[in-house]
Design a protein around this ligand. Structure first.
Ligand code: IMP
Ligand code: MG
Length: 183
């Protein structure tokens, strides 16, 4: 009988990015974001729940005035995108006229990001930049412009560092690959 991926032990999973590798990606991204928006009093919007740890590490490397807000969306069941995006938690503050940086954990088909970019642009921000820790380039079905990318890859379902499989594994300090995603 196949093992449910949600019950695999963290020690059995292949590591995609170690804690050290993650820290260096986050440092580089923080440098790029600082270069572009340090003088703009930006608002960083994290997409919950997957971006929580990335957001926490990234923002602590940004040494300039900024605000933080969160959105929560749902588009996934297991490891397959439903293509339907729903806002579960909206922004707490208006973003009209503000410089926005949207922080995602991973861009897969691009559907979530495409929806969120339209949703945010409709609120008339001064600018919108997108940052993702991971870019699963082979899975893209919708074109999206992403300014800041931590790591590109092509295969596997990723867990850890905030990312889940059926709400499991978010607490792994590194990024790991679940080898047997749902069909
Ligand atoms: P998209 O709409 O297909 O681009 O999916 C984007 C969202 O699905 C991401 O923000 C993640 O929350 C989730 N997701 C996609 N691929 C993975 C994965 O490999 N591991 C964990 N979550 C994923
Ligand atoms: Mg996400």
């Amino acid at each position: 009988m196949p093992i449910d991926p949600a019950h695999r032990l963290p020690d059995d999973l292949e590591i995609m990015l170690s804690q050290r590798a993650l820290a260096s990606r986050v440092r580089r991204l923080a440098g790029e974001i600082t270069h572009d928006v340090a003088a703009l009093d930006p608002i960083l919007i994290g997409v919950l729940k997957g971006s929580l740890i990335f957001m926490a590490d990234l923002t602590r490397r940004l040494n300039f005035p900024l605000s933080i807000d969160f959105l929560s969306v749902s588009s996934y069941q297991g490891t397959t995108s439903t293509g339907v995006v729903r806002i579960l938690k909206d922004l707490d503050q208006p973003i009209g006229g503000r410089h926005v940086v949207l922080i995602e954990d991973i861009v897969d088909s691009g559907q979530t990001l495409c929806y969120l970019a339209e949703y945010l642009w409709a609120q008339n921000p001064a600018s919108l930049r997108i940052c993702t820790l991971l870019d699963k380039i082979s899975a893209r079905t919708v074109a999206v412009d992403i300014e800041y990318v931590g790591h590109q890859f092509t295969r596997g379902y990723v867990v850890g560092y905030g990312m889940d499989y059926h709400q499991r594994y978010r607490n792994l300090p590194h990024l790991a690959v679940l080898e047997e995603p749902d069909p």
